[in-house]
Design a binder for this molecule. Structure first.
Ligand SMILES: Cc1cc2nc3c(=O)[nH]c(=O)nc-3n(C[C@H](O)[C@H](O)[C@H](O)COP(=O)(O)OP(=O)(O)OC[C@H]3O[C@@H](n4cnc5c(N)ncnc54)[C@H](O)[C@@H]3O)c2cc1C
Length: 805
């Protein structure tokens, strides 16, 4: 029974009774929470869930997300037996067809990756695809992926079954009650306001689907999602279509299929999507749909008639148009909001909420109960978004793009195109005029490489990239002369106050009590000893520290550091990213160059490695740090924004006869791999500890103060590694890897490449990646390994410590 009387308090309130809310309720109860209340403005499933198609797939781009979706399928296949309520779950498998050779290549890579994540996947011929899916036109296909464990469910029934499982364990659910306000005190959740009265609580979970953004706004929380119209047709019965007919996807035609009552549900993701510009979305939008739009659906219908000719004559019962929310990067949003303590979000499912909610509900329940995510969930972490992503015009435009990309061929290093340029360095126009081709990170435009003026733009592809030779010139300048990198997008945080040092000592794995002007490379670890961040800190003054961290990590690191400042500590954290640009002057002639524009002594004796100093450059004052991410000699210059153009022009003019060159992030990333530098988000994350990452030098177990993660590191020290970071060098200079390829040792896939790039020293691609399990012990200097490149195994060598000659 759904509860009708309004309680005055609950420990946890879930807002939203769609599949995300009901799964969260189910898992909180399963994990022992007794006082959980779910509030729904209409009745359960009335938002988006009731009209979903119900395809449930398992393939995800990384290990943790795949684990999540596999768990979802296990849950869906057993739930009915537990609750007695049907879910419509059928493990009918899925056939994913490929029309182009490139799509087939990508499938081979995805299949290898999925197998290493424990998903049963087969590459099959067009003929076999036709046997599995008899109404399929196969003559123009290259092949297909067959995933026997995939399936389909009835979204409303599945949700009601989860709700029943939750209620059986004590969760209370109230329908027809709209949350109209969030009560807070000193930045912490205190309860909710409804038309029927207030309810106090300790924790809120925002599972309000496409309403999550406006609900978040009530609490000052940014939940960047936006709705788009999403379509499918439902046909009458079709001969040969039976309940166990697999799900079928034809991404080259942007379409998917599912059997329903002997007919087909066919929908898709048209390349140019149609944002639903309804703001705010009314609370009365319950069990409602939007108007048919056959013009918008035409491209999908034409492709479907081609792929399954039976649709030409099959009677169409309806064209369903329902809004669903999409996010700026196409991943859903999970975690505790950085703006408000105990306010959690589980929303923005980008048309995969039925498939993902089973697992996402468990992840958010664990996060709430344990106080932190229990594995690396960065792909979906709410802290990946800066506050600027709340802009509604930007969200609307980006949604048109992300929905369209759902099935589109995704090329390696493909950049999103909408809402750009947004965050730019003062050098943006100058670099653009010099041929910079930009990529975007956390909204920042960053030069990836510089294209010669007489060269045609590089095309996306799977082989050796068009830009490689241009980038090699940038690498050569870095190794042989001097190159200038605009690294303004670095996040820069200032921590100051009487207790700033104490806070950092507690958070950092290295001793931060260093002389003023010194720079320290260190790790912020979680209690499991995993990397929450890796960063450098400059002690500017006794009680003032400049923290320099990755471009994407501003919100995350602000949150991590901020939440660890105790109420009685005097330490103020400020995001100063927009105050300084960073110009990295890298290469053997970097010192000569600076000597031409600065009277200050920058000799190796005067400014030792990892020391910083304020110096003159041209007419400006900048802070120079002797530090190099790309390896070799170099200086990072921290330049006030308003003087950056001047400093850049002064350096360029002075460096002409030294062979100075602008260089971009592709060169930087490849050279840092060559130099053995790890990157957070690739080699480093919450699931890797410094021993596994080969970064024992970035920790100091004997430092004067205890730090978070120290206990876990002491326990791990000397124990066999669960995995080990290795460097891999391909034998052939003609083979090009992009990242994610499997690492094979003694015939067994033991991990995948986390970062890759071209190494001038090796004259081949190099990469880093983890060898897991026993294989971790079998890689030493130059061990023979193989890399699974587009389904073929190619020869490579691996090192646990690589130092290129
Ligand atoms: C046409 C279409 C086809 C789809 N097909 C698939 C598919 O095949 N597979 C798949 O995995 N996914 C599919 N999806 C996506 C899937 O339907 C959604 O991702 C999923 O239903 C989202 O669930 P939710 O619980 O987050 O949101 P919802 O189901 O919308 O639930 C949110 C609830 O919150 C309530 N609420 C909002 N604000 C308040 C408030 N202030 N107070 C109280 N209650 C509030 C709403 O009334 C609503 O019931 C499809 C979507 C569409 C539109």
């Amino acid at each position: 029974m759904v509860t009708t009387t309004l309680p005055t308090q609950a420990e946890i309130i879930i807002i939203g009774g769609g599949i995300a809310g009901c799964s969260t309720a189910y898992h909180l109860a399963l994990m022992g929470k007794k006082d959980v209340l779910l509030l729904e403005q209409g009745t359960l499933t009335c938002g988006t869930t009731w009209h979903a198609a119900g395809l449930v797939g398992q393939m995800r781009p990384n290990r943790n997300m795949t684990r999540m979706s596999k768990y979802g399928i296990e849950l869906y296949s057993t739930l009915e037996a537990e609750t007695g309520l049907a879910t419509g779950w059928k493990q009918c498998g899925s056939v994913n067809v490929a029309k182009t050779p490139e799509r087939m290549q990508v499938y081979r890579k995805q299949a290898a990756m999925a197998r290493s994540f424990g998903v049963d996947v087969d590459i099959i011929s067009p003929q076999r695809a036709g046997e599995l899916y008899p109404i399929l036109r196969t003559e123009d296909l290259q092949g297909a992926l067959w995933i026997p464990g995939d399936g389909k469910a009835n979204p409303a029934d599945l949700t009601m079954s989860l709700a029943k499982g939750a209620r059986n364990r004590g969760v209370k659910m109230i329908e027809n009650i709209e949350v109209t306000g969030i009560l807070t005190e000193n930045g912490v959740v205190k309860g909710v306001r409804t038309a029927q009265g207030e309810i106090r609580c300790e924790t809120i979970v925002n599972c309000a689907g496409q309403w999550s953004r406006q609900l978040g706004r009530l609490a000052g929380v940014n939940v960047p999602l936006y709705s788009a119209e999403h379509f499918y047709i439902v046909t009458d019965t079709i001969p040969g279509v039976h309940p166990m007919l697999p799900v079928m996807r034809d991404p080259d035609g942007f379409i998917y299929y599912k059997e329903e009552v002997g007919g087909l549900v066919m929908g898709g993701f048209e390349p140019k999507a149609k944002p639903w510009k309804m703001d705010p979305i009314p609370s009365t939008f319950q069990f409602q749909l939007l108007d048919e739009d056959w013009d918008q659906f035409e491209i999908l219908m034409n492709n479907a008639v081609h792929r399954t000719p039976c649709l030409e004559t099959a009677p169409v019962k309806m064209l369903l148009n329902g809004p669903e929310s999409f996010t700026p990067d196409g991943n859903f949003i999970l975690g505790e909001a950085p703006e408000l303590r105990n306010f959690f979000v589980c929303a923005g499912f980008n048309s995969a909420g039925i498939a993902n909610s089973g697992g996402a509900g468990r992840l958010i329940a664990e996060w709430i109960i344990e106080g932190a995510a229990q594995s690396d969930l960065w792909d979906v972490d709410i802290r990946r978004f800066g506050s600027f992503t709340a802009n509604r015009r930007a969200l609307s435009q980006r949604t048109g793009e992300t929905l369209g990309l759902h099935y589109a061929m995704r090329w390696p290093r493909q950049e999103l195109e909408t809402v750009r340029p947004l965050r730019t360095s003062p050098l943006y126009d100058i670099l653009k005029a010099k041929g910079a081709e930009f990529g975007s990170k956390n909204g920042w435009e960053r030069a990836n490489y510089f294209r010669p003026t007489d060269a045609a733009p590089a095309e996306y592809g799977l082989g050796r990239p068009d830009w490689l030779d241009w980038m090699i010139e940038e690498q050569r300048a870095t190794r042989e002369a001097v190159a200038l990198y605009d690294q303004t997008s670095f996040s820069k945080l200032l921590l100051q106050g009487r207790d700033a040092l104490n806070v950092l000592q507690r958070l950092c794995a290295k001793n931060i009590d260093v002389p003023v002007d010194k720079m320290v490379y260190t790790a912020l670890l979680n209690e499991r000893g995993g990397f929450e961040s890796d960063l450098t800190i400059i002690r500017l003054a006794t009680e003032r520290f400049l923290i320099i961290t990755g471009s994407a990590q501003t919100t995350r690191d602000m949150d991590w550091i901020g939440r660890h400042i105790d109420a009685d500590e005097h330490a103020v954290l400020t995001d100063v990213s927009a105050q300084f640009c960073v110009l990295s002057v890298m290469g053997p002639k970097a010192r000569d160059l600076l000597a031409r524009v600065s009277p200050d002594n920058l000799s190796a004796e005067s400014l030792k490695f990892s020391r910083t100093r304020e110096i003159d450059v041209g007419f400006a004052r900048v802070r120079a740090a002797r530090m190099s991410y790309v390896g070799g000699p170099g200086f990072e210059l921290y330049v006030p924004v308003e003087m950056t153009r001047h400093v850049y022009l002064a350096l360029m003019e002075a460096g002409l006869d030294l062979g100075i060159r602008d260089a971009g992030y592709y060169a930087l990333d490849a050279l840092r791999i060559e130099a053995g530098r790890r990157a957070w988000g690739a080699e480093l994350g919450p699931d890797e500890n410094p021993f596994e990452a080969g970064l024992a030098y970035a920790i100091d177990l004997d430092k004067p103060a205890w730090f978070i993660g120290e206990d876990a590191l002491r326990a791990a020290k000397g124990m066999p590694l669960r995995k080990k970071l290795i460097t891999v060098v391909l034998d052939s200079p003609d083979a090009y890897v992009w990242g994610g390829e499997g690492i094979v040792i003694d015939g067994e896939t033991v991990g995948e490449l986390t970062s890759v790039g071209w190494s001038p020293k090796a004259n081949a691609c190099v990469g880093m990646g983890y060898a897991r399990g026993a294989a971790a012990q079998r890689v030493h200097a130059g061990s023979a390994v193989e890399i699974e490149l587009w389904g073929e195994r190619i020869k490579a060598r691996a090192w646990d410590k690589w130092s290129p000659q």
